[in-house]
Design a protein around this ligand. Structure first.
Ligand code: GLU
Length: 485
């Protein structure tokens, strides 16, 4: 790669960070990090009605939570500050004036009603609606007359006719567009605010962006942007349009398919490393068989030539599987801290847990985590641990407790736990190992009744993890309830 890579993520702060935006941010970040480049975050907040500082904050928080950092941009600063488009209006005005002076853009005074009437007439004639360009050649007198009427003009770009515009896309190959159908588009609105297509070109040029990696939905904007680069005498960055993300039913991913924002996934207890791994695989493939990859690993492997042209399908089962994997791998202290709010919400952990509370919650996490695909699911498992008593779940379980040897087995464990406040996995293992020998019974005759007495079921979590998670006192209560002592 010749010039040092400079890429950007340029969200419009009109809502939270969505899956698609997060994937664009990630791909840009990976590309920058892989090639020792610079990653910039810029806010495209020119939609004054829909943009908010709150959305901006939410987006930045989600990016950071995913583990993405940026070298220049919003909150970080840099040589091209400010990085918020509404704070760069002078710059857009400067370039709009240049285009006006060179006759590449013009003031248009058409009203909404006039434009609507024009559109309708075009539709009635069976032609695709596009601005006719009728303000292109207004005389000075006509302009003054409109101004005197109080009309405030927009600035339109004069699209040259008869051109074929080629986007040489690093993902999609060469894509051709006819300039004919484009119609003179607005670059500055009547309130002086630039439109997306204009501001994006000015900023990408000013910020020295070398590669524009963004969602496929912007491919159709690219010919307009190429025309602006040309008209301003600038060279284009390289473009890479990443495929759409589809829901499992192969329609465009939307709210209907479930959670769409990164924040919603965080709230459900998805871990950032799982989401990042999952997002990377939405359109990019590592080439080999291995799909469980850390951000570090992906960073060292990422390239645009492994980004697929065809749409990526959002596979919830895969996300759950990956998240389950990362939950089982996670450092136990961290996992317990992450799980705490769910436990508190369910009323099973105090608001300010003591060190002993945390030790006990860690034991709970050890027992529960093999069953979780996200932390919010923990609530379903809690009754098994916190209920005062358990009933045999079915006839088979009931039968297990009727054996003659059962009271002795239950009492055997009760003896070992009497008077204790806590027990660790290692000690529980040792106790469980010694019991059959001490009671003179085969393992099965010991473990099955204990399992039913403690869990109500004949299958379930490992007893050596379940007993510490329940804690000696609750274990004793359940042994008593089961009729053992
Ligand atoms: N503000 C645009 C968006 O959020 C950015 C598109 C681009 O990357 O050029 O979709």
């Amino acid at each position: 790669m010749s010039a040092p890579v400079r890429v950007r993520f340029a969200p419009s702060p009109t809502g939270p960070l969505h899956i698609g935006g997060a994937r664009s941010a990630l791909f840009n970040w990976l590309f920058a990090r892989r090639y020792g480049g610079t990653f910039i975050v810029r806010m495209e907040d020119t939609d004054l009605e829909r943009s908010s500082r709150q959305s901006e904050q939410e987006i930045l928080t989600s990016l950071r939570w995913l583990g993405l950092d940026w070298d220049e941009g919003i909150e970080v600063g840099g040589p091209h500050a400010p990085y918020r488009q509404t704070e760069r209006l002078e710059l857009y005005k400067k370039y709009a004036d240049i285009l006006l002076q060179h006759g590449r853009a013009y003031h248009c005074f058409c009203t909404e009603e006039e434009l609507a009437a024009e559109r309708e007439a075009q539709l009635a004639r069976g032609v695709t609606p596009a601005y006719s360009g009728r303000c292109r050649h207004l005389t000075e007198g006509q302009k003054q007359a409109f101004l005197a009427q109080g009309r405030r003009p927009v600035v339109r770009f004069a699209v040259p006719g008869g051109r074929v515009l080629t986007v040489s896309d690093l993902v999609r190959g060469e894509v051709h567009f006819e300039s004919e159908g484009i119609g003179d588009f607005i670059i500055v609105k009547s309130d002086g605010i630039p439109t997306y297509n204009f501001a994006v070109v000015v900023d990408d040029h000013e910020m020295g962006i070398t590669h524009v990696i963004r969602a496929e939905e912007h491919l159709s904007n690219t010919p307009r942007q190429i025309l602006l680069y040309e008209a301003l005498g600038w060279s284009c960055p390289q473009f890479a349009h990443v495929s759409l993300i589809l829901g499992q039913d192969r329609s465009k991913m939307s709210k209907r398919h479930g959670a769409t924002s990164i924040e919603q996934y965080r709230e459900m207890g998805y871990l950032p490393e799982a989401l990042v791994n999952f997002l990377a695989l939405l359109g990019w493939s590592p080439g080999g068989e291995q799909e469980v990859l850390s951000l570090e690993e992906i960073k060292s492997m990422f390239s645009l030539d492994r980004v697929a042209k065809n749409p990526a399908v959002f596979d919830m089962d895969k996300l759950n599987w990956l998240n389950g994997h990362y939950i089982r791998q996670a450092d136990l202290d961290r996992l317990t801290t992450l799980a705490l709010p769910y436990l508190q919400r369910a009323g099973y952990a105090p608001a300010s847990p003591t060190a002993a509370d945390m030790r006990q919650l860690k034991r709970l996490m050890v027992a529960v985590r093999p069953y979780l695909s996200c932390l919010a699911e923990i609530e379903q498992h809690l009754p098994l641990y916190f209920a005062d008593s358990v009933e045999p779940a079915d006839e088979e379980a009931r039968q297990v407790l009727t054996g003659e040897h059962v009271p002795g087995v239950l009492a055997g464990l009760a003896d070992k736990l009497a008077g204790r406040e806590e027990i660790d996995e290692e000690e529980a293992r040792a106790i469980l190992k010694s019991l059959p020998k001490e009671l003179g019974l085969p393992g099965k005759k010991v473990y099955l009744p204990l399992r039913v007495a403690l869990t109500g079921r004949t299958h379930g979590p490992e007893l050596y993890q379940f007993i510490p998670a329940l804690g000696p006192q609750r274990v004793l209560k359940r042994l008593v309830m089961a009729g053992g002592c």
